[in-house]
Design a protein around this ligand. Structure first.
Ligand code: 13P
Length: 287
């Protein structure tokens, strides 16, 4: 059964580790992540962007697929199904479809409007036992065609949004989605420290987990980050493994054209990436 992410992240913050949010795109992605979480006895959050939700034929399809897998694969570790960077409308769609967690990304609204919409959505989510993430300070990079620059959140604004009753909070600290450019200045630990001081026990979320060096990840966790989002890195490892299979001509040997064979190396590559991240984040054995 899907669970809200509130409990697992409270535990993670108190235990000084982070739970990975891995974004899903299809059946192979979802199966690879769930299998790895179960093997490592780790809690996990499956992230679904609006674009990926549309690609997978809508949120109801996603909920059906994930619930089916939890049962048929005998998954016993805590799993949350989370809307990633949701708009106001899509938060409601996911609440209706059976997601166990949502993110309302109101970071582009003026703070008053972010406050009003977040307040309303906190109630709607909690009425259903669903956890909710909010964002302050836009996360840079490109996601679903929207490009933003990495901002640093205002700690006062973080406190304001945290006090609305959200379960966990994404604060921009110079992180961006996708690959980091060569001239990236790194995470702003000063901002993170200030945000944690203002928000206390609130589990903080680090978006743009791809390509952040291990020492920065560890430092971020020590300063209150309890959820780390990874998307691009699984895409890169999946695609590299798939390319290798084709370039080696394996699809032209025997029944190598069978899609179950074509997608197998990419599937294993996602598992390896997820395992590496769970070990780095410290969530192994914490289910
Ligand atoms: P990356 O694609 O950079 O790993 O970021 C993922 C993310 O933050 C999803 O919200």
């Amino acid at each position: 059964m899907l669970v809200s992410a509130a409990e697992m992240l409270k535990k993670a913050k108190a235990g000084h580790y982070a739970v990975g949010q891995f974004n899903i795109n299809n059946l192979e992605w979802t199966k690879a992540i769930l299998q790895t979480a179960q093997e490592l006895n780790s809690p996990v959050i499956l992230g679904v962007s609006e674009g990926a939700g549309k690609y997978m034929c809508g949120y109801k399809t996603v909920v059906g697929m994930v619930n089916g897998m939890l049962e048929e694969m005998n998954i016993t570790v805590p799993v949350a199904l989370h809307l990633d960077h949701g708009s106001y409308e899509h938060c409601y769609k996911c609440l209706e479809a059976g997601f166990s967690s949502i993110m309302f990304d109101g970071s582009h609204y003026p703070i008053e409007e972010n406050v009003a919409k977040t307040t309303e959505l906190v109630k709607a989510a909690h009425d259903k036992g669903v956890s909710i993430e909010a964002e302050v300070g836009a996360i840079g990079g490109e996601e679903d065609g929207v490009i933003g620059m990495g901002e640093c959140a205002d700690p006062e604004e973080c406190k304001k949004i945290a006090d609305l009753g959200v379960d966990f909070l994404a604060a921009g600290i110079g992180n961006i989605h996708g690959k980091y450019p060569a001239n990236w200045k790194g995470l702003s630990f000063e901002t993170l420290d200030a945000v944690q001081k203002k928000t206390g026990d609130m589990p903080l979320v680090l978006h743009g987990g791809t390509g952040i060096p291990a020492d920065m990840i560890k430092k971020a966790i020590s300063l209150g980050v309890a959820k780390i989002n990874v998307n691009t890195e699984c895409q890169l490892s999946f695609t590299a493994a798939t390319r290798k299979y084709i370039e080696e001509g394996k699809d032209q040997q025997g029944k190598g054209y069978d899609p179950r064979k074509v997608l197998a190396p990419g599937f294993e590559a996602i598992k390896a990436t997820v395992k590496e991240k769970m070990e780095l984040f410290g969530s192994v054995g914490k289910a």
